[in-house]
Design a protein around this ligand. Structure first.
Ligand code: 5GP
Length: 194
């Protein structure tokens, strides 16, 4: 998505060679008008698939997921992140490893809000090593829900998340896919990485 590439080039801050900060529009301050364009692009890419629910993970996925959900006219359910583990039968739960924070955490989603047969579009802000997205795929499988696709705003294509998700048979659409980045600039690849 050309406008997204431009926005990342103008406002993104590259930290080292692996972390991109986009706090000015996506991860701290939200540029709602711009993110609404991003949401419309996701709608255009996925509108031919039947979708009953958008699923994301707190916190950074929620804003973009909510904007996308307006166009599909379906609810958003966000998995909650918890570091402590208490048993609750009424929740789907799986363990996720965060490479950015180097911790394991549980993500949980209530059985009330995801049912067998639900057709789910997964949405998240970033795809790096794929662990958060794979956690959401496992939660959907526990529920018997069908993953119709995964929409990612920014994929870091030099990390293995995209390959892992493809191996799982997930239809992946990344609106910006970064091949490499450093202080001198950002190189984008093909947008679709199915
Ligand atoms: P993964 O599980 O794919 O390794 O990482 C997914 C999550 O880590 C994303 O949802 C995002 O919150 C965070 N993340 C990973 N890499 C970056 C990055 O370069 N910049 C930002 N802002 N977040 C990242």
């Amino acid at each position: 998505m050309k406008a997204l590439h431009d926005k990342i080039r103008q406002e993104g801050i590259v930290v080292g060679s692996e972390i991109l900060k986009v706090d000015s529009f996506l991860n701290h301050q939200l540029d709602v008008a711009f993110l609404d364009q991003v949401a419309q692009e996701f709608y255009a890419r996925f509108k031919d698939r039947p979708i009953d629910k958008i699923v994301t993970v707190e916190v950074s996925g929620i804003a973009i997921a909510a904007l996308v959900a307006q166009y599909f006219k379906v609810p958003v359910v966000f998995a909650k992140k918890l570091t402590s583990k208490t048993l609750d039968d009424a929740m789907y739960e799986t363990l996720v490893h965060s490479f950015t924070k180097n911790i394991d955490y549980s993500i949980r989603l209530s059985k009330k809000y995801l049912k067998e047969g639900d057709r789910v579009l997964l949405i998240d802000d970033f795809l790096a090593k794929g662990q958060a997205a794979l956690g959401l795929v496992r939660i959907c499988r526990q529920a018997g829900a069908k993953v119709q696709g995964l929409g990612i705003v920014i994929e870091k294509g030099f990390q293995q998340g995209g390959a892992l998700l493809r191996e799982e048979g997930v239809h992946l659409v990344s609106l910006a896919r970064i091949l490499s980045m450093d202080e001198s600039g950002i190189v984008f690849g093909e947008e679709d990485y199915v």
